[in-house]
Design a protein around this ligand. Structure first.
Ligand SMILES: Cc1cc2nc3c(=O)[nH]c(=O)nc-3n(C[C@H](O)[C@H](O)[C@H](O)COP(=O)(O)OP(=O)(O)OC[C@H]3O[C@@H](n4cnc5c(N)ncnc54)[C@H](O)[C@@H]3O)c2cc1C
Length: 444
């Protein structure tokens, strides 16, 4: 049995802790804040339930299902309303539905006739000449055409990473699509062929879920499965290599310092927090500079509640995303009270709007009043809102989501290098595993 220290009680730290606990090791988690979950945070106010971090968990693989079963979260998952299959974007300042079948694709105003014909040429396009460094923007434009880039990839990536497609590296952001081109050349043909393979690790049916108390419940369930030591309000200040052991110095809420000894240390703190820890006697310390330099942009989430009768739009879908070429301020809006039950009091609705990101980082730094006024104005036009909000809340993330860009490739190499030079020390977290919750739940 090894004594293992996990630094950080976010989803990455909790899932690594659970796997090591199951393997029979003695695990201790040190978390600097008062609660587990990290960016996963659900807050109730005036009958509304807001998720300040992730809103949805996409369960695609047998592995993710296995981990959820392990912490008894699988049974309590709440499936998204089937209406969530309907996704929307803004085109010519109006909300339009994204196609969900071949038939609806032909009739959809999502792309012009020219754009649709260009997309259908995809099976005839050759492979990239420099695939490893290709950006998502270059890949989409080359394979599917400029309209799919502007009205498909651009808003979609603003929704996932709050980033622009030109900044993201395809192999890091969408490794499966990168592999599809390598293996089959065409993505459309490759998708068709790979679905048929018998050893497919995917579930027959993808589930888009949350929990009755919001996504925070996932962290709580992971934590409650860990019977070992969880130390909250306990920051790791120093990690020292001492022969074949690791000394970890922590500071509790009374600023009392304690030194603990471990066989192994796994850091899951975000990239931008790595330098807040002193790393002593570490070989090849310069790798920490690379690990701590992931790209993040600021993001603000605006939660607005309205009386149902004051919103003209039926809100009959997941929400909408805004392509950059539409020149609007907001990045997109989730119809949160359509997605999951009990997110708003009866006869009211909850909308979650994203602003800032790489497209407009300054906007996310404005005062709450400025951000609210921008979001309310744009939503009023798009959704036909007449009344005043019954709830208005803002959550700002100064460093929201680590981007899967070229730096991510360097960070992964640095993490491997530092682990090989310092046996017993390793790094994980969304800046290395990928940001989606399934990636954080299965980080290695
Ligand atoms: C606004 C937003 C929306 C998102 N939406 C989705 C979504 O809908 N679906 C999805 O799949 N993913 C989504 N994501 C991504 C996903 O939520 C994150 O990638 C994931 O939760 C990150 O988990 P983590 O454990 O790696 O990091 P974190 O959650 O950042 O956890 C790191 C932990 O380390 C702690 N820590 C830091 N320094 C120290 C220290 N010195 N000592 C002890 N503890 C320390 C921090 O307090 C924190 O709790 C979203 C992310 C954001 C920000």
């Amino acid at each position: 049995m090894k004594k293992i220290c996990i630094i950080g009680g976010g989803i990455s730290g909790l899932s690594i802790a659970l796997k090591n606990h199951i393997a029979g090791n003695k695990v201790s988690i040190f978390e600097s804040s008062k609660r587990l979950g990290g960016v996963v945070q659900s807050v109730r106010k005036n009958g509304f339930l807001m998720d300040y971090g992730p809103n949805t968990l996409n369960i695609r693989t047998k592995k993710t299902k296995g981990l959820l079963k392990e912490c008894s979260a699988w049974e309590d998952c709440i499936d998204a309303n089937p209406q969530a299959n309907k996704r929307m974007i803004i085109r010519k300042k109006k909300i339009v539905d994204l196609p969900h079948s071949a038939g609806s694709f032909l009739n959809s105003p999502f792309l012009s006739l020219k754009g649709k014909l260009r997309l259908l040429l995809e099976p005839f396009i050759g492979r990239s000449k420099s695939p490893e460094s290709e950006s998502v923007a270059a890949f989409i434009k080359r394979r599917f055409g400029i309209e799919v880039l502007n009205y498909g990839a651009n808003p979609f990536l603003a929704g996932i990473y709050a980033a622009k497609p030109g900044s993201l590296n395809l192999s890091q952001a969408f490794p499966k699509i990168y592999e599809l081109e390598k293996k089959y050349r065409s993505i459309l043909l490759g998708l068709k062929k790979s679905k048929k393979q018998a050893d497919n690790p995917n579930l027959p049916k993808t589930r888009l879920v949350s929990f009755s108390n919001g996504m925070q419940e996932l962290a709580t369930k992971l934590g409650s499965r860990l019977t070992d030591n969880i130390f909250l309000e306990c920051s790791v200040k120093k990690v020292t290599k001492r022969s074949n052991k690791w000394l970890v110095t922590t500071s509790n809420k009374n600023l009392e310092l304690t030194v603990h000894e471990f066989d192994q240390v796994i850091s899951t703190v975000p990239s931008h927090k790595i330098k807040s820890i002193e790393w002593e006697n570490i070989e090849d310390k310069k790798q920490l500079d690379i690990l701590s330099s992931s790209t993040h942009h600021p993001l603000a989430l605006v939660f607005l509640g309205y009386k149902r009768k004051d919103v003209t739009h039926p809100l009959d879908g997941f929400g909408f995303l805004v392509p950059e070429v539409e020149n609007m301020k907001i990045l997109g809006t989730l119809f949160s009270s359509t997605l999951f039950p009990n997110r708003a009091p009866e006869d009211q609705v909850l909308l979650t709007t994203f602003v800032g990101g790489e497209r407009d980082p300054e906007l996310a730094k404005q005062t709450n009043d400025q951000i609210l006024s921008t979001a309310k104005k744009e939503l009023a036009n798009l959704l036909g809102i007449t009344g005043e909000p019954t709830l208005q809340e803002i959550k700002k993330w100064p460093k929201a989501i680590p981007l899967p860009d070229n730096k991510m490739i360097l960070s992964k190499k640095a993490a491997e290098q530092i682990s090989s030079q310092n046996p017993g020390l390793s790094f994980s977290g969304s800046y290395l595993s990928g940001v989606s919750l399934p990636n954080c739940l299965d980080p290695f």
